[in-house]
Design a protein around this ligand. Structure first.
Ligand code: ATR
Length: 277
């Protein structure tokens, strides 16, 4: 009698010790009573191609990739999802029988799903979004916002050239404004997103004049340490709906888990608390 194989999944990055993904996937496996293991592996850029060739031979069915490998896996993939191609980076890999892998990007899905689950009345197509930051997270978020029908994205970044590059990549619905001019665009925004690292524990705070903020505006932050950033605190005080960044981390993990382990995981308060502990 041959026993069924126990699926193995890795998260590849460097450094990787801080990753919350093993805790998240481990908790879901336990909660659903599924057999499987999710293992963090520190991989250097030089070793990445060899590691990706070896993993399927070792019983791995997939992998998450994080900094600094999200772009590098794109040229190593056998096939790529449309959304990963648009973003130019992948975070969720699925190995195929051929030994190659399919590369997908679920960051944008995680971003949208997080907002939808906590604020189901959010109407992204009802008005412009103001997006702060033009790094990797911003790329995924722009793609996702455009995909759900945001009519216009006002994009601003401390280094304007990075925002201009995103506008060139994502097209006419994106307008770039100077970082110092952001306060004058707050009032017109129906969705306000911080994709910068400002406000994170140990980093500078996002010091932005939010006087124009209207209560209709939904404000969300990808920073989740602390859970309630100064931006979210100020927005809440202005009567806005706010969505913290922890849910994006959780929801981006859902499609991969379902693909690799065969069941859709449950996102509930116990998972949130676990990740905060
Ligand atoms: P990620 O992939 O997580 O988005 P990143 O590519 O390093 O990370 O981008 C970080 C974002 O935070 C960038 O938009 C960065 O602005 P720059 O492009 O000008 O560097 C922004 N950021 C970081 N520190 C900042 C600061 N002190 N003031 C303004 N923006 C800052």
């Amino acid at each position: 009698m041959t026993l069924p194989k126990i699926p193995l999944v890795a998260v590849l990055g460097s450094p990787i010790a801080h990753s919350k993904s093993p805790m998240l996937h481990g908790a879901w496996l336990k909660q659903l009573g599924l057999k499987g293991h999710y293992i963090p592996i520190d991989v250097s850029i030089d070793d990445l191609p060899d590691v990706l060739k070896m993993l399927p031979k070792m019983g791995f069915v997939g992998a998450n990739v994080t900094i600094p490998h999200k772009q590098a896996v794109m040229s190593l993939a056998e096939s790529i999802s449309d959304r990963a191609a648009i973003i130019g980076a992948a975070n969720t890999l699925t190995f195929r029988d051929s030994g190659g892998f399919f590369a997908d990007n679920t960051d944008g899905f995680g971003f949208i799903e997080n907002i939808r689950q906590s604020e189901p009345d959010w109407q992204p197509n009802a008005g412009p979004a103001l997006v702060l930051g033009a790094g990797g997270a911003s790329r995924a978020i722009l793609a996702a916002l455009l995909d759900v029908g945001v009519p216009e994205i006002i994009l601003s970044n401390r280094t304007r050239a990075r925002a201009d590059q995103l506008r060139d990549d994502f097209g006419a619905r994106v307008t770039v404004v100077d970082w110092v001019k952001v306060p004058s665009y707050i009032e017109g925004a129906l969705t306000l997103v911080n994709t910068t690292s400002l406000g994170m524990e140990g980093k500078a705070d996002l010091t932005l004049n939010l006087d124009g903020l209207r209560p209709e505006t939904l404000v969300t932050d990808i920073v989740y340490t602390p859970l309630e950033t100064t931006l979210l605190k100020t927005a809440k005080a202005a009567g806005c709906k706010t969505v913290d960044g922890l849910g994006m981390l959780i929801y981006q993990a859902v499609p991969g888990f379902e693909r690799w382990f065969g069941q859709r995981p449950i996102v509930d308060d116990s998972i949130r608390h676990l990740l905060l502990s």
